[in-house]
Design a protein. Structure first.
Length: 137
């Protein structure tokens, strides 16, 4: 009897895990640019997918990145996605110090962006970035 309950529990857990994986959407691609805007600090900047500054495109946000030595940076981004909403997300950044390329992840969001996972790469030489995003099912 106990063995049958354990087998049933395992089957039930696997069924939920598979159904969640199947219901996840394929990540969407995005690209844009970043720029520094006063009065932000040396390590604070904004990102956008629009043609111009501020909220011209699908995605717009400004990063608050505390100044600290090293290439692993952690901060927050106040982010707005048109048609989705806005919130504050955690930002983890591997900075430009080594090769001029930044790799970043935005997740652990609040507000309308709960469940957002964003992964991207940016280039210091031209101020451009590209990445993918999806929301947890």
């Amino acid at each position: 009897m106990k063995k049958m309950i354990v087998v049933f529990a395992i089957v039930l857990v696997l069924t939920f895990a598979i159904s969640m994986a199947v219901s996840a959407k394929k990540p969407e691609k995005l690209s844009g640019f970043f720029y520094f805007v006063p009065p932000y600090g040396e390590n604070d900047y904004c990102v956008s997918t629009g043609e111009g500054y501020e909220s011209d495109g699908f995605l717009y946000g400004c990063v608050n990145q505390p100044e600290k030595p090293g290439i692993g940076q952690h901060g927050t981004i106040d982010l707005t996605m048109q048609g989705v909403g806005s919130g504050t997300c955690s930002l983890n950044l591997r900075a430009y110090d080594i090769d001029g390329i930044a790799r970043f992840v935005m997740n652990r969001c609040t507000g309308d962006l709960v469940g957002l996972h964003f992964k991207g790469i940016g280039w210091a030489i031209n101020g451009l970035w590209e990445g993918t995003y999806h929301f947890d099912p």
